[in-house]
Each structure stands twice: as structure tokens, then as C-alpha cells.
Design a protein around this ligand. Structure first.
Ligand code: GLA
Length: 459
């Protein structure tokens, strides 16, 4: 599956929302005076478990959601890239397709498109990429932890590949998209891009990295997965919180590696550290407790332990937007990562074995995951913690934040017969109570594992 290119389908062949595509086409014709040659589509995702561990080299367990980004495209013989968005709040943008800067200080929507275009152009070593007229239509809630930014990057990369008559495997394209999204400055892992390309309807996926692999995970029957948006917006590219966590994990790995006598500069991440030490995942927590202290590490202390100057540390361990960070929580972050990686393994095993209490077991893992994210990783916020608690009180067997956190969505596992009652209770307890009733339709919904990225041709 992952070795196949993203599928090319006909618009009429599929169960897609014809009305939506007609509207996109209408906007396209109005804007460019011609019809789109094709539509690229890439979905957002909800991560069921395995938060903030993909960039540490550990497997995660997401599924694609129905909400997606669609780009209508017409390739042109000039080398102009024209971008227009169906949502009026997003301004039009134009540049030369082979020559542009990505402004990291401004995570504007068009910069994510540029990441995908630049990444694919370089990946295919295109010396003369074709120009593209594009209309973008996205319905993944933004800054909500449902991967709206990666859906946009993946969709733009896929559009660029198709416009240039090229075809590469889903695995290659997903890997490339994970790298090129870093042009925006955040050092994310590869989860969002992998699931966007590799998703299949009806199944969640266990995604592993280095090399990128995927496996179907059949979710138990009789439960529904519900997404609820806390409506606290968090754009991970707009602050240094996300990269600070990436750096803290890297420093934790480097300090443990050094304490264990390894060449720490050669260790890539916390998973690589485990491999180099030839230890089991279960043994890693002991090592964290042995080598790391609970108190924050100052930059000076880290430099002393690793035997480097502040300048060298900046090169080996920091990112551009974390150069100013003066203290780091290493113990807490590493404990989260190793325990979360174990929970992912357990979750997958329960889905394979399906014991009679499967749903209870999965729910417990989800709850533990949230607690670890909130307490050890400190990537939740008061409203999100409140929402997760309310979801449990309203009948969820498990509930947790999903995506990068600090706001955004919770995902809850709810027994199907109680779904209606659950939705009512959460609506009243969170949205009505906060006067958010106008957004509740987009903010609170049950979801199914959706399909992956594809190209659609008008018939
Ligand atoms: C973002 C990143 C992902 C992952 C999650 C947290 O969505 O893009 O790679 O790190 O945060 O699990």
C-alpha cells in the first residue's frame, strides 16, 4: 500500500461531496477564467494515542478524519504560482513557482502551501517546474490539533507532483512532506503527513518511523470516537513551545547518552538511544530516574554535563527559536515519552487481542496518556483539562488531548449506545456554559477513520 502512489480517481467515481467541488470550480472559473485540470485532496487527522513521541522516533496511532484540504489546480506554461482561498479571511498570494522565500516569522496560510511546493520541486529535482493557478478550500479546523497545517502542506506537495506529471510512492511523499514542513520552523515528527497519505477508510493506523512503516489497527466494535474542540487556538509555529519540547527531549537523550558512556553526538533521538543501549522500552524509565534530576536544568549545567560551550550547544541541540530558552525540564519530558511509547504498544496489542474488556483497557490508556501530557509534558491548558474531565463525566470511557496541545481538541472514546446522551452533556457543559453554541456543530462531532490523500480528475 505505502509503496503505491496516491490514487488518481474520477470526481464522479467517488462518494465525494459534489456540491462542494462545484463551488470550488465556480470560484476557480471566476478567478482564473478557465477550469481546473484536477483537484488534490489531503485529510487532517486525529491522533488516538502517542503524543509528542513521533519526533523522538516512537510509533503513534492516528486515523484520518473526513475534514480535509482540497486544491483545484490548472498547470500553466508560465512559472507563476497563484494562490486563492475560498475563505475570504485568507488573502490571495502570488510568486514565481521556482523562487520564493518562506517567512518563518509569519505562519500565514500561503507559507504552508509554499512548503509543499518547494519540498516537492526539490524532491523531484525539477529545474523548470510548471506554473500553477490554485484555489484552496480547507475544512480542517485551524490551530485545533487536527493537523490543518500538514494537510495543507501535503495537499500542495501532491498538487505539485500531479501538475508536473510525476508520481512517487505514498511513503516517499509522506517522508518528504514531514521534512519540508520544517521550512516553516517547527521541528515536528512525521505522524501527520504519514497518516494523511497512508490512511484508509475504516481503519486507524500504527505508524512507525525510521524507516516509515504503517499497519492497520482495527478499533473495537461498539465504541465511537468523538472530537471536541476546546476552542482555545494554538498555532504551533507561532510560539517556541513546540520546539522547546523537541529540544528538551533531545537534551534528555544527550545527557543520558553521555552518562551511559555513549558518543552522544551520534544519537538521534530517545528511540535511537534505546536501540544503542540495547534495552527494552520498559527499562528506559529506570534509566531516566537514574540519570536525570527533577529540577530544571540550566543551560550552563547542560553545557557542563555535555562538555560544550553555549555556542556549541546551540549547534548540536537547539533550534533557531529556542536559542533564548535558559532552562529545560528533562526528567519530566523523558518520562512522558517513554511511558507514552509503551502505551501505544499496549493500545495496539489490545486492538489485536480484543479481550472482553478491550474498550475499558483502551480507555484507561487514553486517560493515562492525557495525564502524562498534562503533568509531565505540560502541553495541555486549563480549558482542555476541564473538557477532558467533562467528557469522562459525560460517559466517555477514555478521553485525552490530541495533537500538539496547549489548546485545540480532545478525543474521547464513547460507548455507541450512549453517544447521543454524551454529545448533549458535553454541548451543555462546555459549549453552552461558555456561550460557544454558535460553533458547536463544527466543534463537537463523532468521527470515523477516513480516507487518505488522492487526486481527483474531472470526468
Ligand atoms: C504536531 C506535529 C506532530 C506531532 C504532534 C504531537 O501535530 O506535527 O508531528 O509531534 O504535534 O504528537
Amino acid at each position: 500500500m505505502a509503496d503505491q502512489p496516491p490514487p488518481v480517481r474520477f470526481l464522479t467515481d467517488t462518494k465525494i461531496d459534489q456540491e462542494r467541488y462545484s463551488k470550488i470550480k465556480e470560484k476557480f472559473v471566476k478567478k482564473y477564467n478557465c477550469e481546473p485540470q484536477f483537484y488534490a485532496r489531503a485529510p487532517g487527522r486525529v491522533n488516538l494515542i502517542g503524543e509528542h513521541i513521533d519526533y523522538c522516533g516512537y510509533g503513534v496511532l492516528p486515523m484520518a478524519i473526513e475534514q480535509d484540504v482540497v486544491i483545484a489546480v490548472c498547470a500553466t506554461s508560465d512559472s507563476k504560482l497563484s494562490l486563492s482561498n475560498t475563505h475570504e479571511k485568507y488573502c490571495d498570494f502570488e510568486c514565481s513557482v521556482g523562487e520564493f522565500e518562506i517567512d518563518k516569522s509569519q505562519p500565514d496560510w500561503h507559507n504552508y502551501v509554499l512548503c509543499g511546493v518547494k519540498g516537492m520541486t526539490e524532491f523531484l529535482t525539477l529545474t523548470n517546474p510548471v506554473g500553477m493557478q490554485c484555489v484552496v478550500d480547507g475544512c480542517v479546523p485551524s490551530s485545533a490539533g487536527l493537523s490543518s497545517s500538514s494537510a495543507l502542506v501535503c495537499c500542495a506537495a501532491l498538487a505539485t507532483m500531479q501538475a508536473n506529471n510525476q508520481s512517487r510512492s505514498k511513503r516517499e511523499v509522506a517522508d518528504m512532506c514531514a521534512s519540508c514542513e520544517r521550512y516553516i520552523g517547527t521541528q515536528g515528527g512525521g505522524m501527520d503527513q504519514a497518516i494523511s497519505f497512508m490512511a484508509r477508510p475504516g481503519t486507524a493506523k500504527k505508524i512507525d518511523f525510521n524507516p516509515l512503516r504503517e499497519e492497520d489497527v482495527c478499533l473495537p466494535e461498539g465504541v465511537a470516537f468523538v472530537i471536541s474542540n476546546s476552542c482555545v487556538e494554538k498555532n504551533k509555529a507561532a510560539t517556541s513551545d513546540f520546539n522547546t519540547r523537541v529540544v528538551e527531549c533531545r537534551l534528555a537523550m544527550q545527557v543520558i547518552a553521555k552518562s551511559e558512556g555513549l558518543t552522544w553526538r551520534e544519537c538521534k533521538n530517545l528511540a535511537d538511544l534505546q536501540n544503542k543501549l540495547k534495552l527494552r522500552l520498559q527499562d528506559m524509565d529506570d534509566l531516566v530516574q537514574k540519570h536525570l534530576h527533577k529540577e530544571k536544568y540550566t543551560k550552563k549545567e547542560v553545557c557542563e554535563i555535555l562538555g560544550v560551550s553555549a555556542e556549541e550547544l546551540a549547534e548540536t541541540s537547539l533550534s533557531a527559536n529556542t536559542l533564548h530558552v535558559e532552562s529545560f525540564c528533562l526528567y519530566q519530558r523523558a518520562r512522558h515519552v517513554y511511558s507514552e511509547a509503551l502505551r501505544v504498544e499496549e493500545f495496539q496489542q489490545v486492538c489485536k487481542d480484543v479481550p472482553s474488556d478491550a474498550a475499558i483497557k483502551l480507555g484507561k490508556l487514553m486517560n493515562q496518556s492525557h495525564e502524562s501530557c498534562s503533568k509531565w509534558y505540560e502541553c495541555s491548558c486549563t480549558q482542555l483539562d476541564d473538557l477532558v474531565n467533562l467528557c469522562i463525566q459525560s460517559g466517555a470511557i477514555g478521553s485525552r488531548l490530541t495533537g500538539a496541545g496547549w489548546g485545540g481538541c480532545a478525543v474521547s472514546m464513547v460507548p455507541s449506545p450512549q453517544l447521543t446522551q454524551f454529545l448533549e452533556k458535553v454541548k451543555d457543559g462546555y459549549y453552552m456554559a461558555r456561550k460557544l453554541e454558535s460553533v458547536v456543530i463544527e466543534a463537537l462531532f463523532a468521527t470515523q477513520p477516513g480516507d487518505g490523500a488522492a487526486i481527483y480528475l474531472p470526468s
